[in-house]
Design a binder for this molecule. Structure first.
Ligand code: IPE
Ligand code: IPE
Ligand code: MG
Length: 226
């Protein structure tokens, strides 16, 4: 038996709820912010592994519509990390990865993404638009309920609201269905992440906190779908 998954027959979509940064830091007597910093570094490492494993679509939950109530300093730190993440254009280009974002549209009244993060997001999307390899989608200021309300409202303006109409009006209609949904750090919850897109997906729960979600973990998740 090969120790790694064999070449895929089709492009797999892995979606990760990146949880447990705070606990990772607590266990080391570090501030929670250090956990988020390490979580962002780990995402950069995991992108590399996912490309090697021929993953087609990697979607990650970076910040939810519910996360804005966290302490202001923690939120500010996480915002800075998203600016850093979307600034990794050279790495993404080297890996032929195209980056995308999904969340409450910047021009909607409820949107909370600050301007400087919006700029980083727009620039990264533009500067990686020509890449043809893995698609990395970062969910930021994202909540599935907000997405489905948005989709339903738009669908209703277009005609009869059926499943196809909802799908056409999701934030990123071109995202394929999720094949495997991952959640780290031992929580057995979905927390308002891609409820529509993961209706039929496998789920992989692990005790490991996000900063420790490594190649072996990704392989274990991929085994569920390959
Ligand atoms: C995930 O780690 C990152 C975000 C939700 C932004 P947490 O910050 O939720 O870490 P725990 O769950 O407190 O350990
Ligand atoms: C889910 O993690 C959101 C992200 C990973 C961005 P949370 O830590 O916010 O989820 P709950 O509150 O424990 O459900
Ligand atoms: Mg958490």
């Amino acid at each position: 038996m090969p120790s790694q998954p064999v070449a895929p027959s089709r492009m797999v979509h892995v979606a990760c709820i990146m949880d447990g940064n705070g606990r990772w830091a607590n266990r080391r007597n570090l501030p929670r912010t250090e956990g988020h910093t390490e979580g962002e570094e780990n995402l950069a490492r995991l992108v590399r592994v996912a490309v090697k494993r021929n993953v087609g679509w990697l979607t990650v939950f970076g910040f939810s519509t519910e996360n804005w109530v966290r302490p202001r300093g923690e939120v500010r730190h996480i915002l800075g990390l998203h600016k850093k993440l979307f600034g990794r254009v050279a790495e993404l280009n080297e890996l032929n990865v195209r980056i995308q974002w999904m969340g409450r549209p910047f021009d909607s009244p409820e949107a909370r993404t600050p301007k400087y993060v919006q700029r980083a997001i727009r620039k990264a999307i533009r500067d990686t638009a020509g890449n043809t390899g893995m698609v990395l989608t970062v969910a930021f200021d994202y909540g599935s309920h907000a997405e489905l309300v948005h989709a339903a409202q738009r669908a209703a303006q277009q005609g009869p609201v059926d499943e196809a109409a909802i799908e056409r009006n999701l934030y990123l209609p071109e995202l394929p269905r999720v094949d495997v949904l991952v959640r780290t750090s031992g929580e057995l919850r979905i927390s308002n992440f891609m409820l529509w897109q993961s209706a039929g997906s496998e789920v992989y729960f692990t005790e490991k906190p996000w900063p420790e979600f490594d190649a072996a973990e990704l392989d274990a998740a991929l085994l569920l779908v390959r």
